[in-house]
Design a binder for this molecule. Structure first.
Ligand SMILES: Cc1cc2nc3c(=O)[nH]c(=O)nc-3n(C[C@H](O)[C@H](O)[C@H](O)COP(=O)(O)O)c2cc1C
Length: 184
């Protein structure tokens, strides 16, 4: 592989099966530091982080997210097979919820960049990760938001799980580079 950065980008995969082992604090801090090194519009750095450690705590939030889906009956409409709380967070030992001020027009853009930095940093440190869009109902759950310390004017953008991968994930979902035009 040409260099370490490209190798890291090309080999990162979403991980959905984790060892029963906590991620050490120093590693969590490195992942967070990589996140905040991302570019942000007008250098707003709009990201806030809520860190949840331990399968038990995380499954509790999984139950809340699941309840949110059931209340909305969206899971059924999407044909989503979400039956158990651990089908949301995959028994991960670490959950990081990234949120930020609702009103900031580039909130999603900035946080998306922050997240990919976190994923790549994690991967370079031997930690697997996955974005959990299915956890978004937590944004509407007052008790979950309170527990996560998320203020009213903030919105959850990215619920992320991390942990030591159970197995090496070699399957690479197909990628295409769709070039519409290349003007010289
Ligand atoms: C916004 C977003 C939401 C996602 N939500 C989920 C999710 O709820 N559950 C899940 O298993 N994977 C989720 N993923 C992971 C994608 O399925 C995964 O990135 C995609 O299949 C490509 O695979 P790769 O990450 O291994 O390259 C999400 C990814 C993104 C970017």
């Amino acid at each position: 592989m040409e260099n370490e950065v490209l190798k890291c980008i090309y080999t990162r995969r979403s991980v959905r099966s984790f060892k029963d082992k906590l991620v050490p604090k120093e590693i969590i801090e490195k992942i967070l530091k990589a996140g905040v090194m991302a570019p942000s519009a007008m250098n707003k750095q709009p990201w806030n982080f809520s860190v949840v450690e331990g399968k038990g705590n995380i499954t509790r939030f999984g139950e809340k997210a699941l309840k949110g889906w059931n209340l909305m009956s969206v899971a059924a409409r999407l044909g989503v097979m979400l039956k158990k709380a651990d089908s949301i967070f995959f028994n991960a030992p670490l959950l990081i919820v990234v949120s930020g001020k609702k009103k900031w027009m580039f909130l999603k853009d900035d946080i998306n960049l922050c997240v990919e930095n976190m994923f790549l940093a994690a991967h370079s440190l031997g930690i697997g990760s996955c974005w959990i869009g299915f956890a978004l109902p937590l944004d509407k759950d007052k008790t979950a938001r309170k527990e996560l310390g998320i203020p009213m004017n903030n919105k959850i953008v990215a619920p992320l799980v991390f942990g030591y991968p159970m197995t090496e994930n070699k399957r690479i979902p197909e990628r295409k580079v769709n070039i519409l035009k290349w003007i010289k």
